[in-house]
Design a protein around this ligand. Structure first.
Ligand SMILES: [Zn+2]
Length: 304
């Protein structure tokens, strides 16, 4: 794919800022620009900067612990049969934000179900980038279930899952932040969540073109640091500002590999593969109607 030099320079500039814990701004259409840049307003309504600082805290986590699907997930419950976990005030909060989401991400498609909503949004990511990051996001109206999203690079002729770095096992969903760190919490603005996903996609494009994940990342498991981190990426152990080569790499490489491997396998519940479910890929490729969200959401706490 051909990319103009300005786009690459912008990507590099944002990557350098992320390494320094400085955060870019996300504008309408999911366009990311280096922080501190002067934005010329051409047409009113364009180039609307999102004034949230949510993404400033989005230290990208490696992945969340895979949660068991909720018990009812195997059954395709009809969307008219409301779950006892549905929180009407949460639903009202999210529904009230739909216009704002549509303004920030034009072309957003929303499917509302009794238990939550699906959103299909597109992020341009960088001016001049010849593909879009398309996200399929599940927002449960529940305080005990977590949102989930899958990212794909899309053009008129192809669809490519964005991963596997910083995605969850085994469903390949986006892992853009640690749910425990307060980057985005239940009831926070949906637009902010989509901005965080947009920045996650940008980091992937930086990995793709510049060969390294930019910025802080949480990669606590030795096995995944050994297998995934590049020496010049920031280390994922929790100590900020040190590159992997200058931090844990030597210790990781001399620690017992098999032991680390099995520890990691226990964490992922035996899976080393990540890929999006076929129904999700179909939805992206063929604009298929989404299935009940209960098939996809994970509970924060085990439901028993
Ligand atoms: Zn380290």
């Amino acid at each position: 794919m051909i990319m103009n030099i300005e786009t690459i320079n912008s990507l590099r500039a944002i990557g350098l800022q992320l390494d320094r814990d400085q955060y870019p701004s996300v504008y309408n259409n999911g366009i990311v620009k280096p922080g501190g840049s002067v934005i010329a307003l051409s047409t009113p309504g364009e180039e609307v900067k999102h004034d949230s600082d949510r993404q400033k805290r989005s230290t990208t986590r490696s992945r969340e612990r895979p949660s068991r699907r909720q018990r009812s997930s195997k059954r395709s419950r009809s969307s008219s049969e409301a779950s006892p976990f549905v929180c009407s005030s949460l639903r009202a909060t999210y529904e009230a934000e739909i216009d704002e989401v549509r303004e920030a991400y034009p072309g957003t498609k929303i499917w509302q179900q009794a238990e939550g909503m699906w959103l299909r949004t597109e992020s341009a990511v960088l001016p001049g980038l010849e593909k879009k990051a398309t996200f399929l996001t599940v927002i449960p109206y529940s305080r005990i279930h977590i949102q989930k999203s899958w990212g794909f690079w899309t053009t008129p002729i192809y669809t490519q899952w964005i991963g596997p770095r910083h995605t969850n096992f085994p469903d390949g969903s986006v892992c853009a932040f640690d749910p425990k760190d307060g980057t985005w919490k239940l009831g926070d603005k949906l637009r902010d969540l989509l901005d965080i996903y947009t920045l996650w996609a940008l980091r992937h494009e930086h990995l793709n073109l510049c060969g390294r994940w930019p910025g802080h990342q949480a990669v606590p498991h030795v096995y995944e640091r050994i297998t995934e981190l590049k020496p010049d990426e920031l280390c994922g152990c929790g100590k900020k500002d040190l590159r992997y080569a200058d931090c844990c790499q030597e210790t990781d490489l001399t620690s017992p590999f098999i032991e680390n491997f099995f520890r990691f396998m226990r964490f992922t519940q035996g899976s080393l593969q990540r890929s999006p479910p076929s129904e999700i890929v179909e939805m992206i490729k063929h604009h298929a109607t989404p299935p009940p969200i209960n098939n996809y959401v994970s509970s924060i706490v085990p439901l028993h």
